[in-house]
Design a protein around this ligand. Structure first.
Ligand code: SF4
Ligand code: SF4
Length: 290
């Protein structure tokens, strides 16, 4: 069973929820947590895991043979990323960092002057603690292709799981609704959408649920910091009721969460009352999946 934890807006406590759910699932069966928030992976910090390098992620980029180049400028014209600069009568100049590897320039070159090479764009790590098997992806600093790194993390986690044989795989996605989030949600059985009682979080929640509906994946909501602003929490619950969406649970706003992050100890280990709370969330998710 694959469960994605997402939320639309950043900073709503998605990683805290994903790691806590992973620990509670791990009490029931073999669990893998996939940190697909590749621009800012932090599940290893919350679980106090020293990650080990498993593999690098590469992207195809073009390579020029100027002996074959006739300076026609077609490669620069087709590049939507503006990664190729062409000046009349000069060979094209390539800005490697902004290339997304679409290969359009290779296809359009009339003389075969452009071939393929590759560049490193990310790293896959593994680790284990609290009985949770972690696979974590990280985008290389300055690189843009986070969607590709997420897709590779998903592939590697399936490959690694052939040995681990985890029954539950939790995928902690990045915020937003773009490519990296889509790559995190595809092929999952259930989405846990984390939100908080603020207007912007509700706005982003609606966008991410639109995505879930598009992919026809079942979902439920967890409202984090629910007692921070009662009026907006009520609005989220009202929205859920009108749209027949399950509220899997609510998490209070307490200093324990700050302590947990600072000490790098999962909140379910800091205070037993959160263990009970997340156990209830796990039961609700399992019930939803029946
Ligand atoms: S591979 Fe695509 S993005 Fe990269 S330089 Fe060629 S056309 Fe531009
Ligand atoms: S399309 Fe090919 S031949 Fe034309 S400028 Fe680019 S590399 Fe040179």
């Amino acid at each position: 069973m694959k469960i994605a934890v997402t939320g639309g807006k950043g900073g709503v406590g998605k990683s805290m929820i994903a790691t806590s759910l992973a620990i509670e699932f791990a009490r029931r069966n073999k669990t893998m947590l996939v940190d697909a928030d590749v621009e800012c992976p932090n599940d290893h910090l919350l679980l106090s895991i020293k990650r080990k390098k498993y593999s690098f992620v590469y992207q195809i980029i073009p390579k020029w043979d100027f002996k074959k180049c006739i300076k026609c400028g077609k490669c620069a014209s087709i590049c939507k990323q503006n990664a190729i600069i062409s000046v009349k009568e000069k060979y094209p100049a390539f800005v490697k960092d902004i290339c997304i590897g679409c290969k359009a320039c290779i296809a359009v070159c009339p003389t075969g002057a452009i071939t393929e090479t590759k560049k490193e764009i990310g790293t896959i790590y593994t680790g284990k603690n609290h009985n949770v098997n972690l696979v974590s992806g990280e985008l290389k600093l300055g690189e843009l292709a986070s969607g590709e790194v997420v897709a590779e993390v998903r592939k590697y986690s399936d490959k690694i799981n052939k040995q681990i044989k985890a029954d539950t795989m939790i995928i902690d996605s990045s915020p937003g609704i773009g490519c990296p989030v889509i790559a995190s949600l595809v092929g999952t059985d259930y989405i846990v959408a984390v939100t908080e009682p603020t207007p912007s979080a509700l706005f982003d929640l609606k966008r991410v649920l639109y995505l879930a509906n598009h992919f026809q994946i079942k979902y439920g909501i967890i409202i984090n910091k629910y007692d921070l602003e009662g009026k907006f929490c009520y609005q989220i619950e009202k929205f859920a009721k009108i749209n027949n969406i399950s509220v899997l649970g609510k998490v209070p706003y307490r200093k324990d969460f700050l302590r947990s992050t600072i000490k790098m100890i999962p909140v379910v280990k800091v205070n037993p009352k959160y263990k009970k709370l997340f156990k209830k969330f796990v039961c609700n998710i399992v019930q939803e999946l029946k």
